[in-house]
Design a protein around this ligand. Structure first.
Ligand code: DQA
Length: 154
């Protein structure tokens, strides 16, 4: 039997969704839209495939779990897209982890935090990231993913 052709592993980008984002599509649709998390993750997989990369999408409501996944992302992937949800406004621990990892990180928010209540104007995590995309709904994730994919090609 001829030897099997081995495909080089595609570079991977990790996408982390924080608390309450499992309810995307049903949760406050006037703010967050009607796309479900499963639909968003499927779209990100399509975009990644078209860019010649892989994407791993994970959601947790738990800060410690997100911390562990940030470090796992550093070990297993070449970039990270994260929507820390409400932890954006509270979590020094997530900010510290994002600063500690050596891969580029893009923070994404579906809504425009500056058009919302003042408590949401503060992001502890944003300064630990390469950049932030907000207010563009689920398209913000696509833009962040494409940015990281382009960086892998350059
Ligand atoms: C959010 C904004 C946060 O303030 C909020 O707590 C979320 C979602 C966004 O994507 O717009 O859970 O991160």
């Amino acid at each position: 039997m001829p030897p099997k052709e081995t495909q080089p592993a595609r570079p991977t980008i990790t996408v982390l969704h924080g608390p309450n984002l499992h309810r995307l599509g049903a949760r406050e649709p006037s703010i967050y839209g009607t796309t479900t998390l499963a639909e968003l993750d499927a779209r990100l997989a399509d975009v990644a495939g078209a860019c010649g990369i892989s994407v791993v999408c994970r959601q947790s409501n738990h800060e410690g779990q997100l911390l562990d996944w940030i470090y796992e992302a550093e070990a297993r992937s070449r970039g990270l897209v994260i929507n820390p949800g409400a932890y954006t406004h509270t979590s020094l621990a997530l900010a510290d982890a994002l600063r500690a990892v050596a891969i580029p990180v893009i923070e994404v928010h579906l809504s425009n935090l500056y058009a919302r209540d003042p408590a949401r104007h503060v992001s502890h995590t944003a300064a630990a990231c390469r950049g932030v995309v907000m207010g563009l709904g689920t398209e913000g994730y696509v833009l962040a993913l494409r940015y990281l994919a382009d960086e892998l090609c350059s």
